[in-house]
Design a protein around this ligand. Structure first.
Ligand code: ATP
Ligand code: MG
Length: 409
């Protein structure tokens, strides 16, 4: 592990709790402190730490404790501590090798992640720690106490460059984050993440006044697939409550991403977020496949010109090869809903086999001001023609998702 590029480029911290100095020394030999690992020792038992343990313990990534399952006070203190668990600290208990199965199970029941014999060798212990870190799931408050995430994947694509896909994606994400009226989760706010997968020309961060923190590049350059902890550390929170994965600042080859990497990113995020809005690249690349496979709906931004409509048709056909029956929401940008549909609009609806219900008016002045301020129109001017139309897209997406969900029940 020492010579390997760390997944997250960050240091991990290990807390060793044992009253025996020799125990702490052995663990330090297994996990030598270096720039990828810091080690803290505590010779106090959890009983002695009493109320202070919570602050000491949950700041660490991994806690290795020497446990005596026959010491009821100590087991009780560990139980109290783990009942206040927050974050995703991993707890490993090392005990005498002759511990009964019932006692080992008791430790597991109170929340210890793994119970290991003191006779385990260094390599074995390292492997268990790595395995636990890899399998580390969503923090407890997300999975256990909070409502389960809806995990809806909404890719946004464009029938031509510059037609307004990023504008729609950014506004959709922000409007969904402001929306509390989900039939399924009345009280809570939607948890929304926006992934700027327009790898080479992505600019969603500009629309939201962010500088890329280099997170996406770290994901690309890491040797392994990201774990939940690392992935979340690459996201940047915006003031409207949307977490954003910015596209990398330097231009990287489209082949820098792999389908399996994207698949694991989406799978991890589905556990955390209600809506995963994806600004797709214009190029058709193989790593778009896992996004489409897991998509709930596709939002396709276009205008009503013949070339655009033809291209929109080709895209729908292509994307439905990955996800048969994928619902598509067409958004006509920079055009007002006509009072009377012209022949070419009727023809376009026929080609795309739908009635166009989303028309975002052309409002260059407002669009420009929004970009200059780094604020989405739906937030800056929600009552404007453009703001209302963009908010309606979010309402439809949320409602449609509920209809699909109901139909499947
Ligand atoms: N309804 C609108 N009225 C006026 N201007 C708009 C509207 N929608 C988007 N724009 C402007 O059009 C430009 C292109 O929009 P945007 O970046 O959203 O398109 P895109 O399809 O993502 O483009 P790209 O191909 O670069 O990814 C931006 O300057 C944006 O502010
Ligand atoms: Mg764009």
């Amino acid at each position: 592990m020492k010579n390997k590029t760390r997944l997250d480029g960050k240091s991990r911290s290990l807390l060793v709790v044992s009253q025996r100095t020799a125990f702490a020394e052995i663990i330090s030999e297994v996990f030598p402190a270096d720039d990828t690992m810091t080690i803290t020792n505590s010779s106090e038992s959890f009983t002695a730490m009493n109320g202070r343990a919570v602050n000491l313990v949950f700041d660490h990534d991994v806690v290795i404790l020497e446990a005596d399952p026959d010491d009821e006070h100590e087991v009780g203190a560990i139980k109290d501590l783990l009942s206040q668990r927050r974050g995703d600290t991993i707890f490993l208990a090392l005990t005498n090798s002759d511990i009964s199965i019932a006692k080992a199970r008791k430790l597991r029941e109170i929340g210890v992640d793994e119970v290991l014999p003191l006779s385990i060798d260094g390599e074995g212990l390292k492997a268990v720690v790595e395995e636990q870190i890899k399998g580390r799931q969503v923090p407890a408050q997300m999975t256990h106490d909070g409502p389960a995430a809806l995990g809806k994947v909404i890719p946004v694509t464009q029938a031509r460059g510059g037609v307004g896909a990023t504008t729609v994606a950014v506004n959709l994400a922000c409007a969904l984050a402001a929306n509390r009226s989900s039939l399924f989760r009345k009280s809570a706010r939607n948890r929304v993440v926006l992934l700027d997968f327009d790898l080479q020309f992505g600019n969603a961060n500009v629309y939201l006044d962010f500088e890329d923190n280099g997170g996406f590049l770290q994901i690309i350059e890491a040797l392994d697939e990201p774990d939940d902890h690392f992935l979340v550390s690459t996201l940047q929170k915006n003031a409207l409550g949307v977490d954003v994965l910015c596209s990398p600042r330097p231009i990287v080859p489209l082949q820098s991403l792999r389908a399996d990497l994207i698949e694991s990113i989406i799978t991890l995020l589905k556990k955390r977020y209600d809506y995963i809005v994806v600004d797709l690249p214009r190029a058709v690349v193989d790593w778009v496949e896992p996004i489409l496979k897991q998509a709930t709906q596709l939002v396709l931004v276009t205008d009503t010109s013949v070339p655009c409509v033809r291209h929109a048709r080709r895209l729908i056909d292509l994307y439905r090869e990955e996800n048969v029956g994928l619902p598509v929401e067409i958004v006509i940008n920079r055009d007002r809903k006509p009072m009377i549909k012209s022949d070419h609009v009727r023809e376009a609806e026929k080609v795309l086999e739908t009635k166009f219900r989303h028309w975002i008016p052309d409002n260059p002045k407002l669009a420009r001001t929004a970009v200059n301020l780094g604020r989405p129109v739906a937030d800056l001017k929600p009552r404007s023609d453009m703001g209302k139309a963009l908010a309606k897209v979010a309402t439809t997406v949320a409602t449609e998702e509920q209809v699909i969900r109901k139909a499947k029940r």
